[in-house]
Design a protein around this ligand. Structure first.
Ligand code: FES
Ligand code: FE2
Length: 426
C-alpha cells in the first residue's frame, strides 16, 4: 500500500475523505441500556468527535456535541430533567435536536435562544442499540435493513466493546478466513459452545489454505472461503462486508444464531466494536444468551461497569489466575480474546506500507480498494450506495456438492435475509 493510500484509509476525523464517507451512513453509537430517561448523560467519542448521549423525560434519545454553545462547558455535567439537558454552568437548556429551549441568564425579550443551535445528531433506538447519522442532513439515508434491525427484539442480543486499535485492524480479522486455522485452531473451535454436531472444526483444521472468492454487490462485498470437506462436498464459509464498517460472520453449521459486527471508529487509534447475534425466526435461547454474556461467540466478557474486555492487554488477555504457561499465546483460550489480542498487537495503527499481503489476503485488499474508491468518488461529488435494502444479507456456513457451478447463485436465496428464506444449514 502506498503512503497516501494508508493515510486515506486511516483518517476518519471531520473533513477527511474517509470521515466524510463514514458520515454518510447510520452507525451504532451507544447501547440502549446505557441511557435511562432523566438519567446520567453519557460521554461517547465517535469519528474523533466528542459527544454526549442522553435520554430525555419522554424517552427520546439525543446525541449532542459535548461542549455547550455558550462558553464550552461539558454537557456531561448537564442536568437531564424536564424534557432537556441543561448546562450546569449557566443553565442553557437543549432538547434532543439541539434546539435551545431556555437561557435563564439572558433577558427573555432578546430571544437570543432562538439563534442558538447546539450540535446534535439524529438517533434511532432499535433492538438494543442507538444508531446515529453524523452526515449532512439532506443526505440522510433510510435506516439500514440489517436483519438484526428487522427481527423482534427477543431474537437479538447486542453488545459493545472497546478495542485499542484502528477500526480496520479489527474489521479485517472478520475478512480473513485463513486465520481460523492458526489463531484459533481446532482446540478453540471445538470448545466453542456454538460448535454443533457437524465436523466443521475438522474441515477447517484439515485445510489451512482456503480458496477465497469475492463478488461485488451494491452495498459491499459477498465473500466465500472454500475448504475440502469430504469426497462429495466442499465446506463453504460465506459472509458479507457492507459499507462502510459492517461484517457478518459465518458461524458453524446448524441452528446457531448468526453474528455480525459494526466496527465504529472512536478516533483513528480506538474503536467501538458492536457485536450483534440474532436468529431470523426464533427468540434467542437462555443457554445462548448465557454464553454471549460470558464471552463466547461474538461477545466479550467485560470488566464490570465498563466496556473494556475483562481479558485485555494488562492481564495478557486471560484470567489473572490462569496457571503458568511457557509462552504468552498459551494463556489466551477464548475466541474473541484471541482476535482482540492479535489485532491490538499490531499497534494502534499499523503502517500498511510495511505489509506483505498474500493470496489469502485477497478479500482484505478488495474491501480496502472499495472503501478508498467510494471515498474518492464522494470527494468528486458521487454519492455512495446507501440503499437500506443493501443490508438484507445474512452469512452462511454450509456444505455444497463439489460440482456446484456457481456458489453465489446456489446460496443467493438462503443469504437473502427474509424470514421465509431461513433454513438450517449443513
Ligand atoms: S457554558 Fe453552558 S450555559 Fe454557559
Ligand atoms: Fe478470529
Amino acid at each position: 500500500m502506498r503512503r497516501d493510500e494508508h493515510e486515506l484509509l486511516s483518517r476518519t476525523g471531520p473533513g477527511t475523505p474517509m470521515g466524510n464517507l463514514l458520515r454518510r451512513y447510520w452507525i451504532p453509537a451507544l447501547l440502549s441500556r446505557e441511557l435511562e430517561a432523566d438519567g446520567a448523560p453519557v460521554r461517547v467519542r465517535l469519528l474523533s468527535e466528542n459527544l454526549i448521549g442522553f435520554r430525555d423525560s419522554n424517552g427520546r434519545v439525543g446525541l449532542l456535541g459535548e461542549h455547550c454553545s455558550h462558553r464550552g462547558a461539558s454537557l456531561y455535567y448537564g442536568k437531564n430533567m424536564n424534557g432537556g439537558l441543561s448546562c450546569w454552568y449557566h443553565g442553557w437548556k437543549y432538547d434532543v435536536d439541539g434546539k435551545c429551549l431556555d437561557q435563564p441568564n439572558e433577558p427573555p425579550q432578546t430571544r437570543f435562544c432562538d439563534r442558538i443551535q447546539q450540535k446534535a445528531y439524529p438517533c434511532v433506538d432499535r433492538n438494543g442499540v442507538i444508531w446515529t447519522y453524523m452526515g449532512p442532513p439532506d443526505k440522510k439515508p433510510d435506516f439500514p435493513e440489517f436483519e438484526w434491525n428487522l427481527v423482534p427484539e427477543s431474537h437479538v442480543y447486542a453488545s459493545k466493546r472497546y478495542q485499542d486499535c484502528h477500526w480496520t485492524q479489527g474489521m479485517e480479522g472478520d475478512l480473513d478466513s485463513s486465520h481460523l486455522n492458526f489463531l484459533h485452531g481446532t482446540e478453540t473451535i471445538n470448545a466453542s459452545p456454538s460448535h454443533g454436531k457437524y465436523e466443521s472444526g475438522k474441515w477447517m483444521a484439515d485445510d489451512p489454505n482456503p480458496k477465497i472468492e469475492v463478488v461485488q454487490v451494491p452495498g459491499g462485498i459477498l465473500h466465500s472461503a472454500r475448504r475440502d470437506a469430504d469426497p462429495a462436498n466442499h465446506y463453504w464459509r460465506i459472509g458479507e462486508w457492507m459499507l462502510p464498517c459492517f461484517t457478518t460472520i459465518p458461524g458453524f453449521p446448524g441452528d446457531a444464531p448468526f453474528g455480525g459486527h459494526a466496527w465504529v471508529p472512536s478516533d483513528d487509534d480506538k474503536t467501538w466494536c458492536f457485536a450483534f447475534s440474532w436468529h431470523p425466526v426464533r427468540p434467542l435461547k437462555d443457554t445462548e444468551l448465557k454464553n454471549m454474556l460470558t464471552g463466547w461467540g461474538m461477545h466479550s466478557l467485560l470488566t464490570p461497569g465498563t466496556f473494556t474486555a475483562a481479558h485485555n492487554k494488562s492481564n495478557g488477555y486471560a484470567p489473572a489466575d490462569y496457571p503458568p504457561v511457557k509462552q504468552p499465546w498459551q494463556r489466551i483460550k477464548i475466541f474473541q480474546d484471541q482476535d482482540t489480542a492479535i489485532t491490538e498487537s499490531m499497534g494502534a495503527r499499523f503502517d500498511r506500507t510495511r505489509e506483505s499481503l498474500g493470496s489469502t489476503d485477497g478479500l482484505i485488499m478488495h474491501t480496502r480498494r472499495r472503501l478508498m474508491a467510494t471515498a474518492r468518488a464522494l470527494e468528486e461529488g458521487k454519492d455512495p450506495p446507501t440503499d437500506k435494502r443493501n443490508y438484507r444479507m445474512r452469512p452462511l456456513s454450509c456444505l455444497l456438492p463439489r460440482d456446484t457451478p456457481d456458489w453465489a447463485k446456489a446460496v443467493a436465496d438462503t443469504i437473502d435475509a427474509r424470514p421465509e428464506t431461513y433454513q438450517l444449514s449443513v
